[in-house]
Design a binder for this molecule. Structure first.
Ligand code: 13P
Length: 348
């Protein structure tokens, strides 16, 4: 089995390219069950051809490359082609968008820890990564899921998920693939903003400890965390500015300056809220801004795709309007990276 020496400089350049300028990442890596669930909710047939048509709509959106540096694909999608037979990977690369791939095999119930999950997929990962590299992937994603509730997350859940993330990241770097390291503290629950901040701090400390233990090159990775948010069912919902302050306080305490970029997940926030909060983090009026060493970008799935999916509803006649909606959300987030997003953009 081939085992390569890590090219630190090339990895660093590739990681920087993912968060360069004012662009971000588009997550379009829903697993088949997740994609089918979203299709069912929108009244779209849950077939491979419907999924292919939807992903074709996304990758052929005019101007997408102006807002997106990289797109995260799923195993089914990275092998698919347009109706004209052009591989999606080529369409993306021609648009200046770096193809990426989700490589975890999902979060499973953790033994002995009710309500907690451990992400699987390390077995055979080296060979899968080598295969994805040949197909064209230059970065990868692995998502760990941390639920917040009574007595959870446990130390065991944080440690096991952090170790898996670090082992995944080390394997990616060996294969010349930039790892996107995604520990997601979920929004569900009644917890306060402070509780989410404390938990996210605990999780990120655990993750960066394991990344260090496993020898992951921080310059050659991207962190994909949750924003620090009050629970969805919490009565108090703070402003975008308060959320930006809590998020940046947490990240400044936990994420080493060697990491080139942070690309937030959206986690079920609406497109508008995700853009407004990202904007608040990048606004020049934000004092924390001046102290942060990393790019603050986005790696959204739902907060970019959801309006487009609801417009498309599986109908060819809606494809152009759906692409416009997708581009709009991507462009709003591009403005948010510059701290120039505002309600006026939505009205227009
Ligand atoms: P959301 O932006 O919809 O949370 O998805 C991001 C993602 O990639 C989840 O793994």
């Amino acid at each position: 089995m081939e085992q390569r020496i890590v090219n630190v400089k090339a990895l660093g350049e590739a990681a920087n390219a993912l968060v360069a300028g004012d662009k971000g990442l588009l997550a379009m890596d829903e697993s088949t069950p997740t994609c089918n669930k979203r299709f069912a909710a929108a009244g779209i047939p849950q077939t491979e051809e419907a999924r292919r048509r939807y992903r074709e709509l996304i990758v052929t959106t005019p101007g997408l490359g102006k807002c997106i540096n990289g797109a995260i694909l799923y195993d089914e999608t990275i092998r698919q082609r347009t109706r004209d037979g052009i591989p999606f990977v080529k369409i993306l690369a021609d648009a200046g968008i770096i193809p990426g791939i989700k490589v975890d095999l999902g979060a499973k119930d953790m033994a002995g820890h009710p309500g907690e999950k451990i992400t699987e997929g390390l077995d055979g990962l080296r060979l899968r990564l080598q295969d994805y590299f040949k197909i064209g992937a230059r970065f990868a994603k692995w998502r760990a899921v941390i639920a917040l509730g009574q007595g959870i997350p446990s130390g065991a859940c944080i440690e096991a998920n952090a170790q898996a993330l670090a082992r995944y990241a080390a394997l990616c770097q060996e294969c010349g693939i930039v790892p996107v390291v995604e520990p997601e503290v979920l929004m569900d629950g009644e917890h306060s903003l402070r509780h989410c901040q404390e938990t996210t701090e605990r999780v990120l400390h655990g993750v960066f400890e394991q990344l260090y233990v496993q020898g992951v090159i921080l310059e050659g990775m991207i962190l994909k965390p949750n924003m620090v948010l009050p629970g969805l069912q919490c009565a108090k919902q703070e402003s975008a500015e308060e959320i930006a302050e809590a998020t940046l306080t947490c990240l400044l305490r936990t994420v080493p300056a060697a990491v080139p970029g942070i690309a937030f997940l959206s986690g079920g926030q609406s497109g508008e809220l995700a853009s407004a909060r990202l904007n608040a983090m990048n606004a020049t009026s934000n004092a924390f801004q001046l102290r942060r060493p990393w790019a603050l970008a986005f790696s959204f799935a739902r907060a970019i795709q959801q309006p487009a999916l609801e417009i498309w509803r599986g109908q060819e006649a809606n494809a152009v309007a759906a692409q416009k909606a997708l581009y709009h959300r991507a462009n709003c987030n591009r403005s948010a990276r510059r701290g120039e997003y505002g309600a006026a953009m939505e009205a227009a």
